[in-house]
Design a protein around this ligand. Structure first.
Ligand SMILES: CC(C)(COP(=O)(O)OP(=O)(O)OC[C@H]1O[C@@H](n2cnc3c(N)ncnc32)[C@H](O)[C@@H]1OP(=O)(O)O)[C@@H](O)C(=O)NCCC(=O)NCCS
Length: 176
């Protein structure tokens, strides 16, 4: 996303959650395979990060970098030939950071409908021309689903902060 222009005065008006939605899709080929003949997890992670970044850029009206992958759950293998789709949306906003949720699905020949193969949550930080964090507009929930996503993102954030504090405490005092 380095080529995104950095806006001089990006709007800080609340942005509806739906405005940050991004969908990317690609057919999985042999270059995407792991040693077991399925799709390599790293290929899926890349697709997740690409969709997440597009969503963060749309929300923040400018460049944003991946700060953290909070969770990447693979529910079942993705197979060669599958159409992999990643759908991303900003769930939560802080001061300069945003949590993006990504739903990963595939469409598979011979199988009706979409298969939900994974879910990921990532934190992006909007940056200015110097690479320093810049303020992001708040996300505006539009329905109960958006409110649920916001509330769940707050739980993940509190859990991350709690875990970090606990580890710092342990390092200060040592494991007994
Ligand atoms: C992300 C980055 C811009 C943060 O810069 P920083 O100076 O550490 O930022 P700050 O400590 O001022 O924190 C800024 C925000 O980022 C959040 N943040 C920083 N590191 C974070 C992390 N590891 N996890 C979650 N949030 C994080 C802070 O909570 C803060 O959020 P808020 O403003 O909404 O409260 C910087 O660490 C960076 O450039 N990292 C490399 C990013 C990158 O290259 N990604 C691609 C991976 S190859």
């Amino acid at each position: 996303m380095a080529l995104d222009p950095v806006p001089e005065h990006p709007s800080l008006e609340p942005v509806p959650a739906s405005q940050s939605r991004a969908t990317l899709a690609r057919v999985m080929g042999v270059i995407d395979a792991n040693n077991y003949g399925n799709v390599h997890g790293g290929v899926i992670l890349r697709a997740v990060d690409e969709a997440g970044a597009v969503s963060a850029v749309k929300h923040s009206h400018g460049p944003a970098v991946t700060a953290l992958i909070d969770q990447m759950a693979f529910r079942e293998p993705v197979k060669l030939g599958d159409l992999l789709t990643t759908r991303a949306q900003v769930n939560w906003t802080g001061n300069t950071s945003m949590e993006v949720g990504v739903r990963i699905t595939v469409e598979r020949s011979g199988v009706e409908g979409e298969i939900h193969v994974g879910t990921a949550y990532l934190v992006y930080v909007a940056i200015d021309a110097d690479g320093e964090p810049r303020k992001v507009p708040p996300v505006r929930a539009e329905d109960d689903e958006d409110r649920r996503r916001f509330a769940e993102a707050e739980i993940r954030r509190a859990s991350r902060l709690g875990r970090r504090q606990a580890i710092e405490e342990l390092r200060r005092h040592g494991a007994e």
